[in-house]
Design a protein around this ligand. Structure first.
Ligand code: PXP
Length: 249
């Protein structure tokens, strides 16, 4: 079955809105794991707008699965990651003014820097993934800088304004997954995935893991984290079954 990584950033967003101790992403991460999440993702942003270093430290001591630390490839963040040693690090582009991660990392444009970063993180036994747009030149660059995992940005697919654009974006992702697999790269995907659009992505042969945050945290407000994660796993399972049976949703 395709794996689900739950991103708990937006639990911390609510906490930071009031500067309180609650809600605690650590607690919600434990509930997500209990419901079947196979990893927990947090994005420690440079401006610390949601996740704090304290969250990363406690999650590392409490979660039962893997911690996937999303971060910019800056000196400060790489040093912190080498100190924290999460199982996985996903390198993402970061701009202070953005609402969320708005595009993939330009690996091709920053090869020398990324070779050093991937090497440093790998030396600390951290598995590195690069968050990229589903494009061949970025896949090749990711491979060339030493990454064994890529996470394809599904935002354009998720936010497509028309069914035709959505279909085209889906085709791009499918093609890119195939290209990455041919190069021996492990494929994850995420961004903007929700209950209504996850099935077609989960149906793509070759994707091993989806990282999903906003939609799950939003549903958790209404039905609780346990139900929200189980509902997402069910939506993914339907897509995965279609993958096995060759039927495309
Ligand atoms: N993957 C990456 C690399 C991201 O930056 C994000 C957003 O933090 C996600 C997945 C999850 O996106 P969403 O919150 O839209 O599900």
């Amino acid at each position: 079955m395709i794996k689900l990584g739950v991103n708990v950033d937006h639990v911390a967003t609510i906490r930071q809105a009031r500067g309180t101790r609650f809600p605690d992403p650590v607690l919600l991460a434990a509930l997500a794991e209990g419901a079947g999440a196979e990893s927990i993702t947090v994005h420690l942003r440079e401006d610390r707008r949601h996740i704090q270093e304290r969250d990363v430290k406690i999650l590392l001591q409490t979660i039962e699965t893997r911690l996937n630390l999303e971060m910019a490839a800056t000196g400060e963040m790489v040093s912190l990651a080498c100190q924290f040693k999460p199982a996985d690090c996903c390198l993402v582009p970061e701009r202070r003014e953005e609402l969320t991660t708005e595009g993939g990392l330009d690996v091709k444009g920053h090869m020398d820097h990324l070779i050093r970063v991937v090497e440093r993180l790998s030396r600390s036994q951290i598995r590195v993934s690069l968050f990229i747009d589903p494009e061949l030149e970025q896949i090749e660059a990711a491979r060339a800088v030493g990454a064994r995992v890529v996470e394809f940005h599904t935002g354009r697919y998720a936010e497509a304004a028309t069914p035709e654009t959505r279909r085209q974006e889906l085709e791009k992702i499918k093609r890119a997954v195939q290209q990455a697999r041919e190069k021996g790269v492990t494929v994850h995907a995420g961004h903007g995935l929700a209950y209504h659009n996850v099935q077609a992505i989960a149906a793509i042969d070759g994707i091993e893991e989806l990282n999903i945050g906003h939609a799950i945290v939003a549903r958790a407000l209404a039905v609780g984290m346990d139900r929200a994660v189980r509902d997402m796993l069910e939506a993914m399972r339907l897509g995965y079954q279609a993958r096995l049976s060759g039927i495309r949703p």
